[in-house]
Design a protein around this ligand. Sequence first.
Ligand code: SAM
Length: 288
Amino acid sequence: MAYLASPRETKAIIDSYSFNFQKKFGQNFLVDSNVLENIIEKAGITEDDLVLEIGPGIGTMTQYLCEHAREVVAIEIDETLIPILNYTLSDYDNVEIINDDALKTDIEKIVKKKNGGKPIKVVANLPYYITTPIIMGLLEGKAPIDSITIMVQKEVAERMQTGPGSKDYGALSLAVQYYADANILMTVPASCFMPRPKVDSSVIKLDIYSEPPVSVCDPEMMFKIIRASFNQRRKTLVNGLKNASNLPFTKEEIEESIEKLGEDVRVRGEKLTLEQFAKLTDILMGED
Ligand code: SAM
């Protein structure tokens, strides 16, 4: 079986199966072998690894993953791609294709069954329409993960690395900073995909921390506070937290806590660092 990472091979497979690209599934297939080789190298995959791929498409990246990893599990939502994957990956006996929505898949169960509960590596060219929920799900889920190497829209990669003061700073940036050391590895122009997306992409690697960089008494509560602070961006932190139906704090408690944190009561959530959100959570929970 030839490698698929070229416009010619990709088109040949697509034509022979009369495959129609589905916009709703964010289908932009990689057609550049240099980019793929680079991703595989930087992901640091070894023959001990179980790799999870989200959205294998026609199997372009999966072929490379199968050659470097011990085993690959690939979750693809589009059932019309399954016969194509069975063909393009027929040379490999270390791959399992699961026809499912990755947002609903029990990844922890897969890790237990296939890797004895040891951390896995995730590698993916993510469908753009669900980048954030996929990343948040992986970070906040229970499945043990060593690293996540993903292709995302360039601006989303930047959003993951940004800090207070930027308009792109938000719950995604804070979750990434809490759970992982994030590094943008490369920018990939739209011309490396078929069909071409409207924007450029970046590959970002998230190396998951064994211990988060800040300590907080209740991480789940901290992320509820973070989400509430960014839900109403133009409101003050006090109003954001007071209006959140899933938070139990009174206006007075919130104001006192913000003052104790050393900030003005009119401060907006987007001004706070991860350390400050952790401290604010401890203060609000009486654990400071
Ligand atoms: N990995 C391939 C490549 O690099 O050429 C395809 C990447 S394409 C950007 C995204 C893939 O994710 C598509 O195959 C799409 O059908 C699949 N996909 C979209 N939503 C999904 C979901 N919720 N669960 C699993 N796969 C999904």
